[in-house]
Ligand binder design. Sequence first.
Ligand SMILES: [Zn+2]
Length: 334
Amino acid sequence: MEILYSEVFKEHKPLRYHPENPERLELAIVGLRESGLWRNVREPPEAEVEEILRVHSEEYVERIRKISKTGFSFVDPDTYVSPATWEAALKAFGAAVETARLALKRKDIYLALVRPPGHHAGRRGRAFNAPTLGFCIFNNSAGAALEIKDALGDAVVIDFDVHHGNGTQEIFWEDKNVLHIDIHEEGIYPGSGEIYDIGGKGAEGSKVNVPMPHYSKDDDYIFAWREMVIPILENIEPKVVVVSAGFDAFRNDGLATMELTERFYHFAGASLSKFSLAVVLEGGYSVGLRKGLPAFVSGYLSREAPIEEVHPSHEAVKVVEAAKKIYGKWWEIS
Ligand SMILES: [Zn+2]
């Protein structure tokens, strides 16, 4: 395991209380330390602006640079830019791309422990009909996915942040060579990620959305993961998987109603242990970072294949059955 982390990520900071703040990384580090996982930590490279321009429009990148150079400002009601945001965002993007490079070289788990997060950032900023950028600046996971696509011809992104990864989905909407599987809470910010959002023209089936009911628990998520995520991965057996890893579906993390615990994250990590992973931090605002993140990493490292009996709710079963019906057109999901 390797961790790409920089102190610069804590310099992107709000003036007053904001849920997306530097303490998030402290919490993640405490959690990793408690599990003996705070090791092999190194400074990531800063991304070149040209690399970012493969994902975002020049106008958007320039706008962020200018605001950051001018001082502190909100780009929308949710998302702030501070003087060090430019540097932090370049490094966050560089860290994500580096995890992809490492994951291509040698099978293991590589964690980009970064801020600002990225999965809501679309090509020109706000993605689809999202009201805001949702705390995100540059789409770090998209950078990792492109690096993998360059090397292998295609890429896979799995996003289990509680919010839909609308930015990533918009960036690759018409790219059939980037499979994006997104499991999230239905009906909350950013408002996209419906079960029928299957990808744009020529890329149908390459975008997979599983909107989970409010108050979903470990059993519901494990069920959805087993019925959808794992079978689709088995269809293609990718060498590397990019994980947009948000831990805000953890019980009482603060921004959503989901009630996941270490059990789901451990299971998810373990279930991906046959792939090389480029893990990019997205959301997670309190206990999810401290408990969920280490559970995911130690699940991967345990390489267990846990076969547990689960008892999903009626609502969760309904969603997953509907998803299987829709996506069964492109994927073998038995
Ligand atoms: Zn989130």
